[in-house]
Design a protein around this ligand. Structure first.
Ligand SMILES: [Fe+2]
Length: 201
């Protein structure tokens, strides 16, 4: 595992390889099951999509796991991704910036997205304190793009498998468009994203 605390211009954390091989394969099995047209909420029908005027702006399917499952123990994803909060969430709170005092954070929710060719998430803010996005994809990588961009600050973080990026939700952020060869579409070779929204209730 590797953790980098970025402080220039805006504060954010990049955590690589938090999840081991077994955890990753368990997560991928569940993402495969969930990320089909039968289960994902189609683009533009998600009333909870965050944007300036609360209108959904993304063109990618998603699913809210906290309401999809009756109990957290029914989901490997919901259990395994709790690892981000181990040791009083020190992976996050060790960031030296004052914003990263997470002592008041006492709730989080999880949602998943699946991006294929041309899918993107235009610039928006999230309605919470911290957003943690985690990327997964099949190796070798069959797409380009899908990177996290903070357009107001000219910062881009590459979409890398098993990478978590934690940042203040108030920052405008976007997912750049995914580009795939036609032969690779509809083969689950796109970008899977697990998003955890951390907040105080
Ligand atoms: Fe977001």
């Amino acid at each position: 595992m590797e953790v980098k605390y970025h402080e220039e211009r805006i504060p954010f954390v990049v955590i690589d390889d938090l999840y081991d091989d077994k955890e990753q394969s368990e997560i991928m099995v569940e993402l495969d099951y969930l990320c089909t047209e039968r289960r994902l909420i189609p683009p533009f029908k998600d009333k909870n999509g965050a944007s300036d005027d609360y209108r959904n702006i993304k063109n990618v399917g998603c699913l809210y796991l906290d309401t999809f499952y009756r109990k957290r123990r029914h989901s490997s994803i919901l259990q395994i991704t709790e690892k981000l909060f181990r040791d009083d969430a020190s992976l996050i709170s060790n960031h030296p910036h004052w914003y990263f005092d997470i002592s008041s954070i006492n709730t989080h929710s999880t949602h998943i997205l699946y991006y294929e060719d041309s899918n993107e998430y235009p610039a928006h803010r999230d309605e919470c304190r911290f957003t943690a996005v985690t990327y997964f994809y099949r190796q070798p990588k069959k797409f380009e793009g899908g990177d996290l961009q903070f357009p107001d600050h000219q910062i881009e973080v590459e979409c890398v498998n098993n990478r978590i990026i934690v940042f203040p939700s108030m920052l405008f952020h976007r997912s750049t468009p995914v580009r795939m060869l036609e032969n690779d579409t509809h083969t689950k070779n796109g970008k899977f994203c697990i998003t955890q929204f951390l907040d105080h209730k």
